[in-house]
Design a protein around this ligand. Structure first.
Ligand code: ADP
Length: 282
């Protein structure tokens, strides 16, 4: 891509976006820019409009007023097929098919004619560490697959890795924990290499330490691409480039974790409250 194209790759712009289900306004005059290649978070209390925003980005609905542009193109003008190939959404409630974990991760790849054998190989610990320390660069497909597979099996014994991937889940198989399901679905989304990845509270069931590690891995994996984390947990947010705070459907604050903490507004208040609650629980 040319420098100009690269600047736009995966960039998202909301221009005075409002949205109402029936008559009740849910998003109110939101304008924001998510730069290409950045990792951002959208936070806010339950009911503030985060999931609705995701639904607009995925075009389940169109804005009642205003426009959403991806790479400079109005979403309404973007062919559905193109949007589907550029956008990966990991939903709050992961959906796994009654097949093996490996098949679940590879699901959607066959059509893209990926080399299936790559997803059957256990990534070595050295490869993963090398990637995390490797700094910013494009990953090869093999590295991408190794990373994604490792996210799905973060706590699995790597020696038994292949067996882990062959574990049958669903009705006739084992029951995965909420966090395991979420990681498997994230890995699936990552393998399709979307330009834009949206995690809709998709890390809510993993512990904080794992969340931090996954965010670091996502950064390497999504190099040059855009990722959007919808979350109500703040622990890992010093790792994202920019945070947008929604309150009752309005964008009330934006900035980095440090900036927002210093400002002492809604974000700082929610963060302090969450920290206190965690201290009381531990
Ligand atoms: P969040 O993800 O921040 O919890 P949501 O986007 O789910 O917020 O919800 C924002 C508001 O929109 C809430 O008041 C919710 O009740 C309302 N809402 C969400 N989905 C629908 C729907 N399908 N029909 C009508 N109202 C909805």
């Amino acid at each position: 891509p040319t420098a100009e194209e690269r600047e736009r790759l995966g960039a998202i712009e909301l221009d005075s976006v409002s949205f109402a289900y029936e008559d009740s306004p849910v998003l109110k005059d939101i304008s924001l820019t998510i730069p290409a290649g950045s990792t951002v978070a959208i936070v806010g209390k339950t009911g503030s409009g985060k999931s609705t925003l995701v639904k607009l980005l995925a075009r389940h609905y169109d804005p009642t007023e205003g426009a959403i542009r991806v790479e400079g193109i109005d979403l309404r003008q973007l062919p559905q097929r193109q949007l589907r190939s550029e956008l990966g959404v990991v939903p709050q409630e992961p959906f796994l098919f009654s097949m093996t974990i490996g098949q679940n991760i590879r699901f959607g790849l066959d059509a893209l004619q990926f080399d299936e054998s790559l997803t059957r190989r256990a990534p070595t610990a050295a490869l993963i560490e090398g990637l995390l320390e490797g700094g910013e660069r494009e990953l090869t497909q093999e590295e991408r697959i190794a990373q994604a597979v490792e996210i799905a099996a973060l706590d699995a014994d790597l020696e038994n890795f292949e067996q882990g991937l062959d574990t049958l889940v669903g009705e006739r198989g084992v029951t995965l924990s909420g966090g395991q399901k979420q990681r498997t679905t994230i890995a699936r989304a990552l393998l399709t290499d979307p330009r834009i990845l949206i995690l809709d509270d998709a890390l809510a069931s993993v512990d904080t330490q794992t969340e931090r590690r996954i965010l670091d891995q996502l950064k390497a994996l999504m190099y040059g691409r855009t990722s959007i984390h919808i979350t109500h947990r703040f622990n890992a947010l010093s790792r994202v480039d920019r945070i947008f705070v929604l309150d009752e459907g309005r964008l009330v604050e934006e900035g980095t974790h440090a900036e927002l903490c210093q400002r002492g507004g809604l974000y700082a208040e929610m963060y302090a409250r969450q920290k206190l609650r965690e201290q009381l629980e531990s």
